[in-house]
Design a protein around this ligand. Structure first.
Ligand SMILES: [Zn+2]
Length: 250
């Protein structure tokens, strides 16, 4: 038996990133090696636990709900250029497959605060590291979570390639008060973006409530200041702690 596979190789095998020939060799090794088989099984179990944290509605049922409600009331949940899938009761079956970074929980802000962007609802769930760029697959949605720490308010906004700003949470008015409890809280519903180009998502935890309209204006200014390139935008300059992620939409 040759040397064991590195954990990196096993992770790539797990996520399906190995080239065919290498993947074939790795699978043969895993089939014959209890130790590597154990490591791979651990990665799969981690992914299952990770996905069980956040139930993503099935995309199809979410859309059905959206369309029906849209016909009935035409109020929510379409807002400029994006679609908010309302919570449905069908939970996505946990797929014991891809991807997990060792600490999926995202960034660390002061006072133990953090924010997390989770992609799911179609493919395998994954968390995006703040500051990273991640590809969305067709039909995938995001959910946003936070640990408030000492912050009292939370707000989320996104900016697309054309500089169009969407107020996600709340859609208008002041920031949402954080939920009680020290643990991680998930903002309600999942969000699906209209396809094409980049979308920057920003969560702002703050001491005082911010106004969605004012934040949208700041985001637009930041986009202008970045040469109208959403990819290169940095801080929105808000009075709070910002966490940014960049998504590449299908
Ligand atoms: Zn081995």
């Amino acid at each position: 038996m040759s040397a064991h596979l590195s954990e990196w190789t096993l992770r790539r095998l797990h996520v399906g990133e190995l080239p065919d020939a290498e993947s074939q060799r790795a699978r043969e090794h895993v089939a014959a090696c209890a130790e590597c088989h154990g490591v791979l099984a651990g990665l799969e179990a981690n992914q299952a636990r990770f996905e069980a944290e956040v139930p993503f509605e099935r995309f199809a049922s979410g859309v059905e709900r959206v369309l029906k409600e849209g016909q009935a009331k035409s109020s929510k949940p379409r807002l400029n250029g994006l679609l908010v899938a309302v919570a449905a009761t069908v939970l996505l079956a946990v797929a014991v497959r891809p991807l997990l970074s060792e600490s999926p929980a995202g960034n660390r802000l002061k006072g133990g605060a953090s924010a997390e962007l989770r992609i799911g609802g179609k493919g395998d769930q994954r968390s995006v590291q703040p500051g990273d760029t991640e590809e969305l697959l067709p039909g995938e949605q995001i959910r946003l979570g936070y640990v408030a720490g000492t912050h009292k308010y939370v707000l989320a906004v996104s900016v697309d390639e054309a500089g169009e700003v969407s107020s996600l949470y709340p859609e208008s008015g002041p920031s949402l008060p954080v939920e009680a409890g020290a643990g991680k809280h998930w903002l309600p519903d999942s969000v699906e973006f209209t396809p094409g180009g980049y979308e920057r998502v920003v969560v702002v935890l703050s001491e005082k409530p911010l106004e969605a309209e004012a934040v949208a204006a700041e985001a637009r200014r930041a986009w202008e200041a970045a040469g109208r390139k959403v990819e290169t935008m940095t801080s929105l300059g808000l009075d709070g702690e910002e966490t940014h992620w960049l998504l590449r939409k299908p």
